[in-house]
Write a protein that binds this ligand. Structure first.
Ligand code: 6PG
Length: 221
């Protein structure tokens, strides 16, 4: 805010962030919502009223409960055809970040989740979008869902100032321990490496249960 008078955040979808958004709504109504701009990291190819919609989840748990101007909520219009929805979001990003051709938007904060297959946003293993290096938003066909998703691409995620993964639950423990092991990139989420930004993993105990320190902690008798 002090730096550029407004704050841009890309929200993640799925289940894990729902409680975070509710806490924000319930405990932080006093934030300067008039200067906070909400974007989405990805969206399912469904209308905003659909129970699968990330917008709907964020709206029910946060946006409808805080005094944020409607014009500050930059939704992925996933009711459109997938490529039209991606193009529309591209246009929204260009307008908000005043992007010239070849520029990347710099979000102040990006929230991400982690799937058991190592996907993040809608950047799924084996899907075309994980290799995208020039576009900012794409419509990505996801084989296992036989459906399109609209998602920000890795270059956009990696130009953010802050990227925060929210990972919760035992079902994520195995992939998390693999993902955080140093070594070759095996999972899409490992390609999230902010170029000039900070990467934070927020984990609960269950998700972190397989993360063993290399050496047992030294206990002083
Ligand atoms: C989505 C998300 C996706 C999500 C992970 C984890 O649209 O589904 O953006 O990347 O963060 O799938 O989902 P859960 O939090 O539901 O486990």
């Amino acid at each position: 805010m002090a730096e550029h008078g407004r704050f841009s955040v890309a929200l993640s979808g799925g289940n894990t962030p729902r409680n975070v958004y509710s806490l924000l709504a319930n405990e932080h109504k006093d934030l300067p919502w008039e200067r906070i701009h909400i974007f989405f990291g990805d969206e399912r190819h469904v209308p905003p009223t659909d129970s699968d919609s990330n917008f709907r989840m964020a709206n029910e748990s946060l946006l409808s409960k805080v005094p944020i101007p409607e014009s500050n909520v930059h939704r992925i219009r996933a009711e459109l055809e997938p490529s039209a929805a991606a193009e529309d979001y591209e246009t929204q990003l260009q307008a908000y970040f005043r992007l010239a051709s070849g520029d990347w938007p710099r979000f102040d904060l990006v929230f991400l989740g982690l799937g058991e297959d190592g996907h993040t946003a809608s950047l799924f293993p084996g899907s075309d979008a994980i290799n995208e290096t020039s576009r900012r938003v794409v419509a990505n066909w996801v084989q296992k869902f036989q459906a399109f998703r609209i998602t920000l691409t890795f270059p956009v995620l990696n130009h953010a100032a802050e990227v925060t993964f929210l990972v919760s639950g035992e079902s994520k423990a195995q992939v998390l321990s693999d993902v955080l092991k140093p070594g070759a990139i095996k999972y899409p989420c490992q390609s999230v490496q902010p170029e000039d930004g900070h990467l934070l993993w927020l984990l609960d105990q269950d998700a972190a249960k397989l993360l063993r320190p290399e050496k047992p902690p030294i206990t002083v008798q």
